[in-house]
Design a protein around this ligand. Structure first.
Ligand SMILES: C[S@@+](CC[C@H](N)C(=O)[O-])C[C@H]1O[C@@H](n2cnc3c(N)ncnc32)[C@H](O)[C@@H]1O
Ligand code: SF4
Length: 389
């Protein structure tokens, strides 16, 4: 297989590309440069161009002296096979939920006041994880309400993930609606029950359809995640899942390519399953098929990122119907605005005047996060103050 991204090592191919646009290169000139410098393949140059047309004007006009907020909820009903995200299953550490919520409320309150005091505006707010809806609805409500009380309004965007459909009760839905959440994610990954059982997700396609139907009228934007190249799936399964998700008409579809992760159960326990993964050629056909279906259905690619061991050297791409691109996703990948990360395992990124970054991560283990909460708050209050104008 030719190297689709040429000599590019990083997980954010758009960053060097947008630096060229910042320097005044036209789109065509910047693409020629990407081909010369890194040997990026024609197909990926075309993807870069399509994404830049939608994403770059938004990134080029991000407000100054603004932050986006990420809130990490590090609990899930159970661990998926491939997951390396900072999250604990409720069976393992569910008893820590109360202490976690108390620590998080404190972190939001103190750092929210710091955001206000320093005169930052808030761009987008994203509550992810983990599975935010794995918290009790009353606790999730407290978190969303305190965010609204302490962080300066208006925000440009307010998203909460409800990735696992079995966690989205009527009570959770009411809490999201009452807090004014505009966007939610309900993530099928695949429509095939056999694969869902294999990867440790105890839901079915019907559960997803029901969750979508119940949420539909309440939110401006619904996102659904798909993974191509899951163990045991062939092109026919990928095509069927893509068509099915498109049929549900979410405003956003995020298409991931499977990546074996060092910290997941996949590499710990299931090495034998390597044989169930697609070849590079098959992965490429999956990508092509999915993207053709998405294009025909009116979706546009608007952001992308790669992973270290991603199958076939491909990439993950966010697709949107017109007018629904997720600001937070673009901001997080482009690293062009401060991100203040609050909660379990949450990463913060502070941008220096010369465009370089200072990063800070909250501990992945929720017990360590709780124990160190005051020191974490103090450290980030300083990092934020150093960047106020
Ligand atoms: C932050 S994660 C988790 C979101 C949510 N907790 C869920 O699982 O529904 C966002 C997305 O990344 C994708 N993802 C996670 N692990 C992956 C892996 N090892 N390879 C490819 N995609 C992965 C999944 O599509 C997932 O929905
Ligand atoms: S629901 Fe999402 S965050 Fe939780 S274990 Fe599964 S992939 Fe990881």
């Amino acid at each position: 297989m030719p190297a689709l991204w040429g000599r590019m090592q990083g997980v954010r191919p758009n960053k060097p590309f947008y630096r060229l646009l910042d320097r005044g290169f036209s789109l065509s000139e910047a693409l020629v440069e990407m081909q010369k410098k890194y040997g990026v393949s024609p197909a990926k140059l075309d993807l870069l161009r399509q994404i830049a047309e939608l994403e770059y004007p938004i990134l080029a006009s991000l407000p100054r002296q603004a932050v986006s907020i990420y809130v990490g909820i590090p609990f899930c009903p159970s661990r998926c096979l491939y997951c390396s995200f900072p999250s604990h299953s409720l069976h393992e550490l569910g008893q820590e939920r109360q202490r976690f919520v108390a620590a998080l409320l404190r972190e939001i309150e103190v750092l929210g006041q710091q955001v206000q005091r320093l005169g930052f505006t808030v761009d987008s707010v994203y509550v992810g994880g983990g599975t935010p809806t794995a918290l009790q609805a009353s606790d999730l409500s407290k978190i969303l309400q305190i965010l609204k009380q302490v962080l300066p309004l208006p925000w440009r965007e307010f998203t909460v993930e409800a990735g696992r459909p079995e966690t989205l009760t009527d009570e959770h839905l009411s809490v999201l609606v009452a807090a004014g959440v505009q966007r939610i994610s309900i993530n099928p990954q695949t429509k095939h029950l056999e694969t869902l059982q294999l990867i440790g997700r105890p839901h079915s396609a019907a559960d997803i359809e029901l969750a979508v139907a119940r949420s539909r009228k309440h939110f401006h934007t619904l996102n659904m995640d798909l993974i191509l190249g899951l163990p045991g799936e062939d092109l026919a399964e990928v095509r069927a899942s893509t068509k099915w998700v498109i049929g549900l008409r979410p405003e956003n579809i995020t298409q991931h390519m499977f990546s074996p992760k060092r910290a997941s159960r996949f590499t710990d326990e299931q090495t034998a399953w390597q044989a169930m993964l697609p070849s590079g050629e098959l992965a490429a056909s999956m990508v092509e098929t999915t993207r053709e279906l998405l294009r025909q259905a009116g979706y546009h690619p608007y952001y992308l990122y790669r992973q270290r061991n991603i199958l076939g050297g491909q990439e993950n791409v966010g697709w949107t119907l017109p007018g629904h691109a997720c600001r937070y996703n673009m901001i997080m990948i482009s690293e062009r605005q401060h991100i203040l990360g609050l909660g379990g395992g949450a990463a913060s990124k502070f941008i220096n005047a010369d465009g370089t970054l200072v990063t800070h991560s909250n501990p992945k283990d929720v017990r360590v996060y709780i124990d160190r909460i005051e020191a974490l708050i103090a450290k980030k209050a300083v990092l934020l103050a150093e960047r106020s104008e």
